[in-house]
Design a protein around this ligand. Structure first.
Ligand code: GDG
Length: 494
């Protein structure tokens, strides 16, 4: 088996060989260790001049990181990736801005990163590219003559074609996607959005086995919902439930109920609506005054992007207003904390919470929903209230699913969760844990990589059959993906 090369915008910072724990980091690092390989991407540093990749070997894994110049960072990362693609893909066209120059920077950085990776690629490697920052990456590698199998996974939603078309270079971006051998989405709805774009735009068609033929390319397209390791999280939450910060919070609650949310501070997470639905609970149910608190942990991200500064100010205003309206001398309804906590401690805090409140306005998957459930005490589990617009809603039948724009419905779900009898809580928890175990993080990774390997094998078998018997007997392209020459090879052939 060849090595795995993972490419992501950020390479998770390593600490004695262990990256910061998050879905992508944990999942891909395991696979990298098994097969050996390379993790390539931005170091997170801005540099005065572009420089060759910094290579660091840890066991069988090579970390290769590069810095970005200020201009690259502004145009590629802050600009097109996070001010055009991120808001639009989360259905916030109102917050999106498109600048042609920034798109130019996005393409330039993709080309530059591909050039830096290319010398590290060996013939048997397979390459797995992650997320919206790197949509053109396969095309850039193909232009450099790279023939290895290349897969792409989009961690965020793909919007329906009508919304996607508001990004001016939408067609070029979708064409770039077709240069991958396998394209993976979080949910079936995202996969369908891609197929609709291709088919309704007259760019190609999809067959039932998940193969898409578009712009002279064949690729496999599928839904690969990202998971977690629920048993590892359950263990950590049990161990941390007695740590001092968790004990202090338990003592401070003095028997009150706790609703808990953890999100990066991002407008896609619907934090203002979340506060307002909690306000509605207090407004409609005076019996809850002094008996329930909302703990919102929201570490700031992308704080140099204007819209993130605005949302931060708004939320501070909302939390202050609601607390001002309802607080009593010995009770603060909303505890809003703008800081990051250690991961295992978060899991311990989740275990203490009666309700996990996960209400994004749009989310590719949302790992917090899964982590909250996995952290629960099986004998006395809490209840998950989950937005219908999180990818996780397709997978978590035991959650109370809400429309986060409907404040009354969300407030009613919170009330129901806070009052739910133990037997129902247990049964919902068990259903969800079974699903989390069945579709854990290894399943996500292995299903994707198996598909990438088999599409690549099918393509190479077809190529060999064609070169052995070019006139007759080659399998039909309807059943076996045809190898498609890279743009570089096409140019040579033409
Ligand atoms: C993207 C997609 C998709 C949060 N606060 C702290 C902390 N976290 C951890 C959580 C969780 C992760 O960060 C957040 O993951 P999410 O899935 O909830 O959301 P995004 O960051 O937007 O991730 C998303 C994901 O990619 C994976 O494909 O699910 O839809 O948007 O693991 O626990 N971790 C620590 N301290 C914190 O304060 N240590």
């Amino acid at each position: 088996m060849g090595r795995l090369i993972v490419v992501s915008n950020r390479v998770a910072p390593t600490q004695e060989g262990r990256p910061a724990a998050g879905g992508l980091a944990v999942g891909v690092l395991d696979a990298l260790k098994e097969t050996g390989g390379v993790w390539f991407g931005w170091s997170g540093e801005t540099v005065a001049e572009p420089a060759p990749a910094v290579i660091e070997q840890q066991g069988s894994v090579t970390y290769a990181t590069v810095g970005l110049t200020r201009r690259d960072y502004d145009q590629y990362y802050k600009g097109f990736s996070n001010t055009t693609l991120w808001p639009t893909f989360h259905y916030r066209n109102d917050l999106a801005r498109y600048e042609r120059q920034e798109y130019g920077g996005y393409l330039r950085v993709n080309v530059a990163l591909a050039r830096q990776l290319q010398p590290l690629i060996e013939p048997d490697d397979i390459i797995w590219v992650h997320d919206y920052h790197l949509i053109p990456f396969a095309r850039c590698l193909r232009d450099l003559g790279v023939k290895n199998p290349i897969g792409f996974f989009l961690h965020i939603p793909l919007p329906v074609p009508e919304v996607l078309r508001s990004v001016p270079p939408h067609e070029e971006l979708m064409k770039f996607m077709c240069h991958y051998d396998v394209v993976g989405f979080q949910t079936d709805a995202d996969r369908q959005a891609f197929v609709d774009y291709i088919e309704r735009g007259g760019h190609g068609n999809a067959s039932e086995d998940g193969m898409v033929h578009a712009w002279d390319r064949f690729l496999k397209v599928g839904a690969y919902p990202i998971g977690i390791y629920p048993d590892a999280i359950a263990k950590a939450s049990g161990q941390f439930s007695d740590r001092k910060p968790v004990r202090s919070l338990r003592d401070a609650m003095r028997g009150r109920k706790l609703i808990m949310s953890v999100d990066r501070l991002d407008y896609s997470k619907g934090l203002a609506e979340r506060f307002q639905a909690f306000e509605r609970l207090l407004q409609n149910g005076p019996g809850w005054h002094g008996r329930v608190s909302l703990l919102q942990i929201a570490p700031p991200t992308r704080s140099d992007v204007q819209t993130y500064q605005t949302i931060r100010r708004n939320l501070e205003g909302e939390a202050g207003r609601i607390n001002g309206r309802f607080a009593q001398l010995d009770w603060t309804p909303i505890q809003y904390l703008n800081r990051k906590y250690e991961r295992n401690l978060l899991m311990g805090l989740f275990r203490l919470a009666d309700v996990g409140y996960v209400a994004p306005l749009r989310d590719g998957m949302n790992l917090v929903a899964k982590e909250y459930v996995a952290s629960q005490d099986p004998d006395d589990p809490g209840v998950l209230v989950l937005s219908q617009f999180a990818g996780a809603a397709e997978q978590m039948p035991g959650a109370l699913v809400v429309n986060p724009y409907d404040l009354n419905q969300t407030a009613e779900a919170l009330e129901r969760a806070l009052s739910m009898p133990l037997a129902e809580r247990r049964s919902r928890y068990e259903d969800m844990m079974a699903g989390l175990r069945k579709n854990n993080l290894s399943v996500w990774r292995d299903t994707f990589l198996d598909d990438l390997r088999s599409v690549a094998t099918a393509a190479s078998v077809t190529a060999k059959a064609r070169s052995a018997a070019p006139a007759a007997g080659a399998p039909s392209s309807a059943s076996v993906p045809a190898p498609v020459p890279s743009p570089a090879a096409k140019a040579k052939a033409g």
